[in-house]
Design a protein around this ligand. Structure first.
Ligand SMILES: Nc1ncnc2c1ncn2[C@@H]1O[C@H](COP(=O)(O)OP(=O)(O)O)[C@@H](O)[C@H]1O
Ligand SMILES: CC(C)(COP(=O)(O)O)[C@@H](O)C(=O)NCCC(=O)O
Ligand SMILES: [K+]
Length: 257
């Protein structure tokens, strides 16, 4: 009973195929495409895949992109597309957002994946869950699985493009991350990196103070590996956090697969 998980962000669509919707399953196939290339999925990387019995995804890239992805799923496979909507509570996470359904589905699913991972590692702890994609999100979750609230920051690329378009003197190739940058490229790269690292450190402080315990920290997203060397503290980099969350939800909902 194969299961297809799909994560559509503002830059790329990521997909993983499993032989069962079982948390911890290893994908039999997976891939990522820039959103411009969605139309190639059915005839390209999906052409030779065994068809899934069900599909579950999360999408934050807007309705037009979602429809293009659905067309590919329907063209290539027989299962009907299903998408996670953030709710009041699901799979061990309780949603503290003012309007729970307005929380980005990718953020919701990543917290569910992180909570499941933490619970399987030992006793419950508060968490900080960081996603480094087009945007950066930094979530605080208490020991009971309540999502306390989170930060949204521009991702590295957006920060640099904003600086480039808002100034006369900044057109800059990528630099190195330095403690004391001495050229424009390094100053920009380091500024963006430490802006993200600093926001994460603040969230860790807030969770520690609010919960009175040291949070378990997880990081994911396409650019997570770039941030990892600049993070303070013990961050577990888990590329599959969203896919893990989709597997947990699919199993709880007993979707076929
Ligand atoms: N090999 C790569 N391909 C695409 N993006 C990459 C790659 N390595 C790092 N990145 C960075 O990751 C970001 C995309 O990450 P991703 O998690 O796919 O974002 P989103 O979920 O918002 O689509 C891009 O902004 C880019 O800076
Ligand atoms: C914050 C996001 C833009 C992150 O998108 P991403 O970087 O994964 O492409 C997305 O989760 C979103 O559109 N959220 C809705 C608003 C909210 O979560 O409050
Ligand atoms: K994402």
């Amino acid at each position: 009973m194969a299961f297809l998980a799909i994560d559509i962000g503002n830059t790329r669509i990521k997909w993983s195929l499993y032989d069962a919707a079982r948390p911890g399953a290893v994908p039999v196939a997976h891939g990522a495409e820039f959103l411009d290339h969605i139309e190639r999925l059915a005839e390209g990387p999906w052409a030779d895949l065994p068809p899934p019995d069900s599909m579950l995804g999360c999408v934050v890239a807007g309705d037009a992109v979602r429809r293009r992805a659905e067309e590919q799923v329907v063209e290539r496979f027989e299962c009907s597309p299903r998408w996670v909507v953030s709710s009041v509570a699901e799979a061990g996470i309780v949603n503290g957002y003012d309007h729970p359904t307005r929380l980005g589905a990718d953020r919701w699913v990543a917290m569910i994946g992180a909570r499941h991972r933490m619970m399987s590692q030992g006793k419950p702890r508060p968490m900080v869950v960081v996603m480094i994609g087009t945007a950066v999100t930094v979530e605080g979750v208490d020991v009971h699985g309540k999502f306390l609230g989170g930060l949204i920051l521009p991702g590295h690329g957006i920060m640099l493009r904003a600086l480039e378009s808002g100034t006369a003197g900044l057109h800059v190739p990528t630099g190195e991350v330095r403690e004391f940058p001495t050229n424009t490229s390094d100053a920009l790269t380091s500024g963006g990196t430490y802006a993200i690292a600093g926001a994460v450190e603040r969230m860790v402080q807030h969770v520690r103070a609010h919960c009175g315990a040291e949070p378990a920290c997880f990081m994911t997203g396409g650019a997570g590996w770039k941030m990892a060397p600049s993070m303070n503290g013990d961050f577990e980099l888990v590329d599959s956090l969203i896919m893990d969350g989709l597997l947990v939800i699919a199993q709880e909902r007993m979707l076929p697969g």
